[in-house]
Write a protein that binds this ligand. Structure first.
Ligand SMILES: *Cc1c(COP(=O)(O)O)cnc(C)c1O
Length: 402
């Protein structure tokens, strides 16, 4: 996908627009399967919440992926995209028993992270196999909002509650077929990950009927050249060996599962915006773009730095800009960033826009959510239309008050 391709896409579909490069998704998928090729049964559950466009889901299915979901609606999108219920795992937190039962009725793998729910579910449905989400209490993750393994976290069943967990399983006669952890996003140190894995192996020994161990996700991706990232190849080497040894010890071949979201789609995505204005103040040169945190909230929400390139003038002299949106609230995408010289009308491309960007978009300021395009086999395919006024008005009811 060249800059020329991107400029043409913005010309054809307008801006702002999200563009996803299928080839990059495929190469990331391949990287993971290659890193774990020594494991007999590997299952990659793509985390739908990263990017839930059904064409992206469908493309990942064609690569062999399964799905990780956190809501019944994500499950339904997965089914719509052609996934078999058996290839979907559902890992909710804080949802109602009714929703869990409805998902279980679809034949989807349930993953429970709460002892009270486990007891209720096991009592009512002892024959439905359940995976349990363990919180190993290992600190991982790049930001407190996305770091979910610590002691104060709402996620998972504490490893220290194993005795009570086992009692519930015994009392209800329920069938535990999987054990899971997900310690947070942006894991920098694979030794921390391996340490948490040991806790999971230890926990796994308590269950005789396991079919899989799910190590969640949290792989860090680079945001710019030379950026730190999870060393997948080394993790693959070390964890595969440890996993295979564990299977020998356990007495059966288990499936090793992961739930990568960001790793598979982050770098594949670009977000294209147009510069509406250049505004020089006493201290700053602002580049004002036709978007805001209604379309891409991560810089403001998580403090994430999205690298920004001026694809209309990629070779220009670099100058300092603060890139801001058009929302009536502070919505700074980039502060004092070196970008090749920007003129009004130029197109800027945000990198790493494939994960947690469109899925977090809103209609704040009553703006339309952008179009989405999948770049596949050298061609652009529109996979979501830009919204229209009709979309904003849908479901609204105008009360007649006069
Ligand atoms: C968010 C989430 C993931 C994906 O995390 P990434 O950092 O995007 O890979 C996987 N599993 C669960 C349970 C999650 O909540």
């Amino acid at each position: 996908m060249t800059n020329q391709d991107l400029l043409k896409i913005a010309g054809d579909y307008g801006s702002p627009v999200y563009v996803y490069d299928a080839e990059k998704i495929a190469s990331q998928y391949k990287r993971l399967t290659t890193a774990f090729k020594k494991v007999k049964q590997l299952k990659l559950h793509y985390a739908v919440k990263a990017n839930s466009n059904i064409s992206v889901l469908g493309y990942l299915r064609s690569l062999g992926a399964a799905l990780d979901t956190v809501s019944i609606q994500e499950v339904q999108l997965g089914l719509e995209a052609g996934y078999a219920p058996a290839d979907i795992i559902y890992t909710p937190n804080g949802v109602s028993m009714e929703e869990i039962e409805a998902v279980a009725a679809l034949g989807v793998q349930i993953n429970i992270d709460n002892l009270s729910i486990l007891e209720q579910f096991g009592t009512k449905h002892p024959n439905i196999p359940v995976c349990i989400r363990i919180n190993p209490h290992v600190m991982a993750g790049g930001n407190t909002n996305i770091s979910v393994g610590h002691i104060d976290s709402k996620f998972g069943i504490s490893i220290h509650q194993m005795p009570l967990l086992l009692r519930i399983v015994e009392n209800t006669g329920m069938h535990i077929n999987g054990i899971h952890m997900h310690t947070g996003s942006d894991i920098l140190d694979i030794d921390v990950f391996l340490y948490a894995s040991e806790i999971l192996f230890d926990a796994a020994k308590n269950f005789k009927t396991l079919e899989f161990i799910d190590f969640g996700s949290g792989f860090k991706v680079p945001y710019k050249e030379g950026d730190i990232q999870t060393n997948i190849e080394e993790l693959g080497k070390k964890l595969s060996k440890r996993f295979n040894d564990f299977c020998l010890e356990y007495g059966r071949d288990l499936t090793l599962a992961f739930e990568p979201g960001k790793f598979l789609v982050s770098e594949a995505g670009k977000f294209l915006v147009k510069v509406n204005g250049i505004k020089q103040t006493t201290s700053t040169v602002f580049a004002q773009v036709d978007s805001g945190f209604n379309h891409l909230i991560r810089p403001m929400f998580y403090g994430v730095t999205h690298y920004i390139e001026n694809i209309s003038n990629p070779k220009g002299k670099e100058r300092f800009y603060s890139v801001v949106g058009y929302i009536c609230e502070t919505d700074t995408f980039a502060n004092n960033r070196r970008i090749s010289e920007i003129s009004e009308g130029d197109l800027l491309a945000f990198q790493n826009a494939g994960a947690y960007c469109f899925t977090m978009a809103s209609n704040y300021n009553s703006r339309f959510r952008p179009a989405e395009v999948l770049w596949l086999n050298g061609e652009a395919h529109l996979i979501r239309k830009r919204e229209t006024l009709e979309d904003l008005l849908r479901n609204q009811i105008l009360l007649s008050v006069d």
